[in-house]
Design a protein around this ligand. Sequence first.
Ligand code: GTP
Ligand code: MG
Length: 148
Amino acid sequence: MERTYIMIKPDGVQRGLTGEIIKRFEQKGYKLVAMKLTKPSKEHMEKHYADLANKKFFPGLIEYMTSGPVCAMVWEGKNAVLEGRKMLGATMPSDSAMGTIRGDFCIEVGRNICHGSDAVESANHEIGMWFPEGVCEWTRCDEKSLYE
Ligand code: GTP
Ligand code: MG
C-alpha cells in the first residue's frame, strides 16, 4: 500500500494543531505507521528541501523549519500521496480551499503548518531520510470497512 511523508511544521506544533492534523488523517482512514517529534538540524532540513536551494526564500525556510520541533509522520493507504496533498491544501494559504488543513488553519505561505510528499518517489526518499529505522507494520481493525 502507498505511503506518504507528512510533517507538522514548527508553527503547527507551536499552535497546538498536531492533534487536529492527526485526527483528519486518522478519520480519513489512513494508517499511521511512523511518528516522532524531533528538532531537525540545519543540514537535515537543507537536504529535505534541496530542490528549493536556489529560491530566495530558502534561508528563511530553513530558519523557520529548524526553529522548533516538527512532528514527522508516515501515513499509509490507497493513493496516500495525492490524497494527502489534497488534505493539506494548496501551498499558498490564499489559494487553499476551505476544508483543507491549510485553508482552515493558516494565512501565510511562509507559515503553512504542514508538509506532504509531492510524489511516490519523493515520499520514498523522504521516508528513508526521516525514518532510517523503518516504519511499524500493523493492520487497522477497520480495514475491511475502508476498502472494498
Ligand atoms: P511542502 O509540503 O512544505 O513541500 O510545500 P509544497 O510542496 O506545497 O510547496 P514547495 O515544495 O514548493 O515549497 C516548500 C515550502 O516552502 C512551502 O510549503 C512553504 O513553506 C515554502 N515556500 C514556498 N514558496 C514560498 C514563497 O514564495 N515564500 C515563502 N516565504 N515561502 C515559500
Ligand atoms: Mg514540496
